[in-house]
Design a protein around this ligand. Sequence first.
Ligand code: 5GP
Ligand code: ZN
Length: 136
Amino acid sequence: MLDCIFCQIIQGQLPCARIYEDDRVLSFLDINPVARGHALVVPKRHYSTLFHIPPEDLEACIVAAKRVGAAVFKGVGASGLNVLQNNYRAAGQLIDHFHLHLIPRHAHDGFFTAWPGKPYPTGELDRILRKILPEV
Ligand code: 5GP
Ligand code: ZN
């Protein structure tokens, strides 16, 4: 994809702080980190979202995320790590080339402090489940 920033990084047309590379995957530091050591894992082929990437490249990404995530975790002395992946604008995706975020965490770092979960009203869980199951 000519106008894709990550494709340009993969092709060496734009610089990156490279952490790891193999046949299918490239990993590098995020240029605007939400934490020091925030890294990205991207497939070398262009797929826009989780719904487009085939199993082989997805597997390569998650295996690389484990390796790079462990290196980031150790390297920056983190006490936690989030693996995050955004699909479409409503979910915060800005770059339309599938990628995993590896975000090192520290106690009281103020990022994602409260998970905004709340229980379903009575009957709603079953209604939602019935909408999803036919799509699997
Ligand atoms: P998204 O919101 O699409 O899940 O995340 C895109 C990420 O890519 C952002 O965290 C942003 O900082 C990062 N990013 C955008 N452009 C560049 C770039 O040119 N180089 C690097 N290393 N990261 C980038
Ligand atoms: Zn791309």
